[in-house]
Ligand binder design. Sequence first.
Ligand code: UDX
Ligand code: UDX
Ligand code: ADP
Length: 482
Amino acid sequence: MKIACIGAGYVGGPTMAMIAHKCEGVEVTVLDINEERIAAWNSDKLPIYEPGLEEVVSAARGKTLFFSTECEKHVAEADIVFISVNTPTKTRGVGAGYAADMTYWESAARMIARVSHSPKIIVEKSTVPVKTAQAVERVLSNNVLNPGARFDILSNPEFLAEGTAIKDLEKPDRVIIGGRQTPSGLKAIDTLKKVYAQWIPEDQILTSNLWSSELAKLAANAFLAQRISSINAVSALCEKTGADVSEISKCIGADSRIGPKFLNASVGFGGSCFQKDILNMVYICRGLGLEEVANYWESVITINNYQKRRFVDVVISSLFNTVRAKRIAILGFAFKKDTGDTRETPAIDVCNGLLEEGAKLAVYDPQVTEERMKMDLSMDKFEWDHPYSERKAKEVSDLIECSESVYKACEGAHALCVLTEWDEFKELDLRRIYDSMVKPAFIFDGRNVIDGKAAKEIGFVFFGVGKPLDPFLTDPASPNSP
Ligand code: UDX
Ligand code: UDX
Ligand code: ADP
């Protein structure tokens, strides 16, 4: 069986590598129009950082797994075609800021129609708005050139999280396959189910109609993001009341109806999916006249933006209401640990908030390149698909230093801000850092990874998200403040 996947990104690359690694009798080719990306997949330095990915790719590459830019050829030969292209939030036109941009999707669908000579199963893998399958069916059926071509569309959304992609693919909680409830649709579902059943227990492979599968993905991400906004809303309340958010998470997580995972208060959630999928859901709801439902989900984003803003405000007010020309160390730039991905990372908004006030930032992240950081901070919010503004790039370059270690970043800094929960931040030599900083030295921990008690004993003024406020921080304007 020949499998092709259009789009060699964070989803397509690892997912196809796992299928090729686990399945007998398949040949998997991952395709992309981006030549540089394909060259990287074929090299020793893969284009994305993901623990365990290198091992899986090198075990299968050249045997059952191939990476190529010859999209048309491999799609023409394939029995199953996964579509895993990017669907960013639209930055202009109708639905800008909410709707998914389906340009890449449509062009992939038109290409499939053009080159196909045989029946194929087309699988939606990227997150897409509900009813995309219908649009794809229409594009395909209206553009078939060869009578031998026929298509069954399936929805098979990916639930992997970055940083744990290989683990998630190897042992997923569940796989969902949605398709038309017709004889040929059901047969297509069964064919794809057999692929996954080679390593996943059958009772974890759920099947449904197309629309349930598409909506399940949006709903799952909306629920997960909602949990974070809920605990972050509680964190704001904790800081004002003297309660400790970690104690609250522990307590509410012990309720089996709630469960202990995904209850870490933070500086805000990031990543390519949560915000995009919620905005997408909001857009769909508004389009269907479900204003109250749209407002409900939109509030998850409102709280997330509030949390990031709140963090910036605490830093500025604590540093005597001015950060101008002050060096501030930023520990972590990726949107979570164990990834180099910076899409929608809260670090962008926090850094921009501090840069606007004239701070000088020294950023350290073990996986994010200097070029990536500078590009992210130079771009306007709704321009991430376009070249960034040169003026802003110059300003950013002057105000940002990318440091090779935490200790270098903190040298001469007034404050350090933890924005990603990298494991190495849990074991810092706080004494050494304290000695190298301007006094009073501040820690603002946006991920609750630093031992606040130990930090305070050394002499730091310490702020942790959702932790009882350090007396020095309660009223920065009072005469008792540091
Ligand atoms: C998410 C979903 O988890 C995954 O199932 C889906 O396929 C894609 O979107 P991902 O964005 O890669 O995965 O990472 P995730 O672990 O969900 O984290 C998202 C953001 O939430 C990160 O910024 C993370 O730091 C933050 N987060 C997560 C918290 O702030 N607190 C938590 O308790 C958990
Ligand atoms: C609730 C809490 O569960 C309990 O821990 C707390 O101590 C008191 O409040 P209670 O109000 O007695 O308990 O019942 P619960 O089972 O939580 O149901 C509350 C409402 O939610 C009911 O009207 C129930 O029908 C509804 N519900 C519950 C749903 O509509 N859907 C569900 O999936 C669960
Ligand atoms: P995701 O996180 O959803 O995997 P990425 O942006 O990492 O998203 O990957 C999507 C990939 O799809 C990109 O590498 C992009 O070049 C590729 N792509 C987009 N449109 C097409 C297309 N028509 N044909 C082939 N590849 C495409």
